[in-house]
Ligand binder design. Structure first.
Ligand SMILES: Nc1ncnc2c1ncn2[C@@H]1O[C@H](COP(=O)(O)OP(=O)(O)OP(=O)(O)O)[C@@H](O)[C@H]1O
Ligand SMILES: [Zn+2]
Ligand SMILES: [Zn+2]
Length: 809
């Protein structure tokens, strides 16, 4: 597929920068390219490194040697082992991500590639058989020994490194055999992620003269389309493997290995396209006639956005192109994946980080085949190597999980999706009931096509939201976390045989444990936060939600030995327990990070609930997204206040989105829904807007405020985090950085801080931050990068950069 022009350009570059597969900090090195070798960015190569041959990936091709490098001392690339791991448009995307997020390209490549391709990239070799008796003529003694060694090996597929270790002068000897064409060298992923194959059988139309039994088998194979897996044929023809092998020997059919792709799928019943509602119809028409570019689909909860995605993708596949569908959390991939597979069958594959290495490796290679397919995945799937991309969809585009916090690159999948769509010339469809304010602004200003669906499918009403003032409950002597309104509603729901959802902001049992005698809270020894109490089958535990430190619950206060410990704040576990106590008839299920940790944990719990094996689902924000269960009529939001009072200018936006999304889980079936929102601040504008389902009112007032304060989406923020184990050094480093930035004439940004992060110490490291308001766009980022390169980071101090941070830590 390379154009001649590109080929020529490749031949001219004599040096390559290679990201080596070695456990070293600085991982990019420059190598010489032999005159007869061509390499392009993204190729997998084999290079000498620290006395060994290691795998690596070409990250740059150079025509001239960079200043300061001595040509004499550079080593030569040993072999180009594979190319085509990145389709043409993906490489420039990675480069753009690296530039924008001020991250080395090598880090971006690592984030994009599935694990197991680079880290296990190994050079392998194979003897070219048959070996002619003349082969040894003219070979050196070492090469002769090597040849004999290889002939004696049982396996025909050997690791280059293994052979080098086994042979005296191995490297030299193997190179000699390679030059003589006696061995072949190639790239392979490591043992654990080798392609899986299965035996297939095909008709050959070979010689006639068969026994009736054999003829029956051939006949059966013809009915199967002339080709089938051996297992399939054995079963369909009621025959045996040995009979098939016999037919193969006789030339009546042919056995062969075919690569199969591992996948964790299970069967789903097929469905047909739904008849669109008028709003869906209108949106789809607009989509199909729009020029390529971003589209914001603002559709209320339950308006049927998924059906729009499905019907927008169908013509893409029909054209022979592929589609990429992103969801914010792994927990949503089973549900959405099932809906897509019901429509498009095996053309759909799921891709996220909880898959096994083998599954991800296979997924990646299947994408590279270019066959039309739909990839449903989380954040990192934005780098899916689909060569012919016809549409990108981001569902719940407002969701913060699209942003990677760490490690670098701290990319936002939505931002990357905008670039990718631009590079591929394909549309990007951003869907949400509560769009991110940046997307809303871009749409309002005409940069995106703005489409709306203001009503639910079948004109079902949005659920009525009742705001309950919890101060009043307290006055009336109700000390439980359930208001009287909610208690009644739970009873009514149960009597009607319906289901409900209770949303609570925190997992665990209680948020902190306090000693009533001395007033100390039990804190994490490594972090500046209190420990959370968890009740486990194995006993009572305290756990840190920042560093995962855990300890058994002490009987006495560690400070004063008093036994009077008290538990404050309610988490999912405590609510579930209290609910069971107060409403013994209700069957309760818990849905949070603790109960869904197992592989397929999400699916298991959702399915259990969908099968009506429980009446109430108690969960954290995980259950706010995308759940579509028609029998849910009641949603209770236990304490909205924890969401409202966070020290972050985005707290209001996040709270509004969350409340609206949770509320949107109710009344998605025939029966209308009811939402009970409990709060100590019923007059709060966010509570008001959310209870009125009034996104516009909220967005407009919030944007006005952001503009006045110069916050995103009007100005760009960049956060520098400075960490270290000694507090005074961290502060000193942060101040030195601030002084440097302030003193630089070319840097126009505005500086806030340095200040300690909200939780100043995590896992025994102190964290301070510097917030930069970048008023100069790309020029500002470039200048910042130069300055950071000049800054001599003191030993033991870490500086990390987060462009467009979502959470101010
Ligand atoms: N045209 C249609 N005819 C009948 N039912 C439909 C149609 N479109 C969607 N539905 C059904 O309506 C329900 C809601 O659709 P969907 O889950 O896509 O909503 P959504 O807009 O994604 O909501 P949310 O933002 O809350 O996730 C689903 O059960 C879906 O099967
Ligand atoms: Zn005490
Ligand atoms: Zn901790």
């Amino acid at each position: 597929m390379e154009t001649p022009l590109l080929k020529e350009a490749l031949h001219r570059s004599c040096w390559v920068q290679v990201l080596v597969d070695a456990p070293v900090r600085e991982r990019t090195y420059t190598y010489r390219l032999a005159a007869d070798m061509a390499a392009a960015e993204g190729d997998i190569v084999c290079v000498p490194f620290g006395g060994q041959s290691v795998g690596g990936i070409v990250v740059g091709c150079l025509e001239e040697l960079p200043a300061g490098l001595d040509a004499q001392r550079l080593k030569t690339v040993e072999a180009v082992l594979g190319s085509g791991f990145f389709p043409a448009t993906l490489w420039p995307l990675l480069v753009r991500v690296a530039e924008y997020y001020l991250t080395p390209l090598s880090r971006v490549i690592e984030a994009a590639l599935p694990p197991g391709i680079l880290s296990r990239a190994r050079r392998r070799l194979r003897l070219v058989r048959p070996v002619s008796p003349m082969a040894e003529w003219g070979l050196s003694t070492g090469a002769k020994a090597a040849l004999q060694f290889l002939e004696a090996q049982k396996s025909s597929d050997l690791s280059w490194r293994f052979c080098v270790q086994q042979l005296p002068e191995g490297q030299q000897a193997l190179k000699e055999l390679l030059a003589r064409g006696l061995i072949e060298s190639y790239f392979a992923a490591g043992e654990r992620v080798r392609p899986r194959t299965r035996q297939y059988v095909a008709l050959t139309g070979g010689p006639s003269g068969l026994t009736p039994r054999q003829r029956e088998v051939i006949h059966c194979l013809r009915r199967l389309g002339g080709e089938a897996s051996v297992e399939q044929l054995v079963e369909a023809a009621h025959t045996t493997r040995s009979l098939i092998q016999n037919l193969d020997r006789l030339g009546h059919l042919r056995l062969f290995e075919r690569q199969v792709f591992r996948s964790a799928h299970h069967a789903v019943p097929a469905d047909a396209p739904k008849i669109l509602t008028p709003p869906q119809q209108w949106v789809l028409e607009k989509l199909n006639t729009a020029p390529p570019g971003p589209v914001l689909l603002e559709g209320v909860t339950g308006s049927g956005k998924t059906e729009v995605y499905l019907q927008a993708i169908a013509p893409v596949l029909a054209r022979g192109e592929s589609a990429l569908v992103l969801v914010p959390e792994i927990g949503l991939t089973p549900q959405l994946g099932d809906r897509f597979r019901a429509r498009f069958g095996e053309q759909v594959q799921i891709y996220h980080s909880a898959l096994s290495e083998g599954e991800r490796f296979d997924g990646w290679r299947r994408m590279l085949t270019g066959e039309p397919q739909v990839v449903v995945g989380t954040r990192s799937a934005i780098f899916a190597p689909l060569p012919r991309l016809g549409l990108i969809v981001l569902d719940e585009e407002h969701d913060g999980s699209y942003k990677q916090d760490r490690p670098a690159p701290c990319y936002h999948a939505r931002t990357v999706a905008l670039w990718r769509a631009e590079l591929c010339g394909c549309p990007l469809l951003l869907g949400s009931a509560t769009p991110d304010l940046a997307s809303f602004r871009a749409a309002a200003e005409g940069q995106y096509l703005h489409l709306q669906m203001n009503e639910r499918v079948a004109q079902r009403p949005l659920p009525a939201v009742e705001v309950v003032d919890m101060r009043e409950e307290l006055d009336r002597g109700n000390l439980t976390p359930f208001s009287r309104t909610l208690q009644q509603a739970l009873q009514q729901m149960h009597a009607a045989g319906r289901q409900g959802i209770l949303f609570i902001n925190r997992r665990g049992y209680s948020t902190f444990v306090l000693c009533r005698s001395c007033g100390e809270t039990l804190r994490c020894p490594n972090c500046a936060v209190s420990l959370t109490y968890h009740r486990l089958e194995s006993g009572e535990h305290l756990r840190c939600h920042y560093c995962n430190y855990g300890r058994p619950q002490p009987r006495h206060c560690p400070h004063c030995r008093s036994p009077n410990l008290r538990y404050f704040g309610a988490g999912t576990q405590r609510i579930a327990a209290q609910l069971a106590e107060q409403f013994p008839a209700l069957r309760v299920l818990r849905f949070d990070r603790d109960t869904t940790a197992r592989k397929d944990g999400h699916r298991a719990i959702i399915e259990q609930f969908a099968r009506q094996q429980a009446d109430i689902l108690v969960g954290t924000q995980m259950l706010t997204k995308g759940l579509d269960l028609p029998q849910v009529t009641l949603v209770g939001i236990l304490a909205a206040d924890g969401l409202l009072n966070q020290p972050d200018f985005r707290a209001g936006e996040r709270a509004f989105q969350l409340l609206t999304q949770v509320a949107g889980r109710a009344g998605r079936g025939e029966e209308p829904g009811r939402v009970i929102l409990q709060t100590y601040a019923p007059e709060h504008p966010v509570v008001q807007a959310a209870s009125g389902h009034d996104y516009r009112r909220f967005a407009t007032s919030e944007l006005t405020e952001r503009r006045a304060l110069g916050y995103p989406p009007y100005e760009q923020l960049i956060c520098l985090q400075i960490t270290g184990s000694e507090q005074q050094w961290v502060i000193a480093a942060a101040e030195a950085l601030a002084t440097m930035l302030e003193g630089d004439g070319a840097f126009e940004g505005q500086l806030l801080g340095p200040a300690p992060c909200t939780v100043e110490r995590v896992a025994n490291r102190y964290r301070w931050q510097l917030l930069i308001k970048n008023t100069a766009a790309a020029a500002g980022r470039a200048r910042l990068q130069d300055l950071l390169a000049l800054y001599a980071t003191p030993p033991g101090i870490g500086v990390s950069v987060d462009v467009d941070p979502l959470r101010l830590l």
